[in-house]
Unconditional design. Structure first.
Length: 198
């Protein structure tokens, strides 16, 4: 499936009056992502943290295009000190189906959690749900990847939380801010070079 194939999926979504949901997972570390920043002349910024490498907040999110509401949406679920596995994927998709009317086409990568027996069984039990897989090694085609990148290099850059609870709360605020900004969502979607027709 290439960009043209994904354009075809948007046509299919419009024909079915379905919401297109680009889904992906990521991890937010306690260690700060160091980015260039401002500082007084001659004063080198210093980031102090006491993070351990194995402490993190896992995230699963969906960038959705709704033909019914004619808008872009973002849904993110955060899991402190957990790894996203099949149960978390199923729970997220279940919540997505509850919050979206009509048919839903989920577009995601070939992660093991997306191809597990538990995930496949849940998908098969949902008549409103269809799934399309992205090609291997094509994160540039998934706008949810743009959400992760933007949040880590902007709202969460140079951030040194004390623990995963603080990271969870700040990340939730960051994603809520992104979700409320239609211009930002459109700009991030544009980076995929996929056609957007609402």
């Amino acid at each position: 499936m290439d960009r043209q194939g994904l354009g075809t999926d948007q046509k299919k979504a419009r024909r079915l009056n379905a919401t297109l949901a680009f889904l992906d997972e990521s991890g937010l570390m306690l260690q700060p992502l160091v980015r260039r920043t401002w500082a007084p002349v001659g004063v080198t910024p210093i980031l102090r943290h006491n993070a351990r490498r194995n402490r993190r907040v896992s995230a699963i999110g969906a960038f959705t295009i709704s033909p019914i509401a004619r808008r872009l949406n973002l849904s993110v679920a955060l899991h402190p000190d957990e790894t996203i596995r099949s149960p978390q994927v199923v729970a997220f998709v279940r919540q997505l189906l509850r919050s979206v009317r009509g048919s839903v086409i989920v577009v995601w990568d070939r992660s093991n959690t997306h191809r597990s027996q538990e995930t496949k069984a849940y998908i098969a039990s949902q008549p409103r749900l269809r799934v399309e897989q992205l090609p291997a090694y094509a994160p540039d085609l998934n706008p949810q990847e743009q959400i992760w990148g933007h949040s880590k290099t902007n709202g969460l850059a140079n951030y040194c939380p004390d623990d995963t609870t603080e990271l969870h709360n700040t990340a939730a605020e960051t994603f809520a801010g992104i979700a409320s900004n239609q211009n930002l969502l459109r700009g991030l979607f544009k980076h995929t070079h996929l056609p957007l027709r609402l």
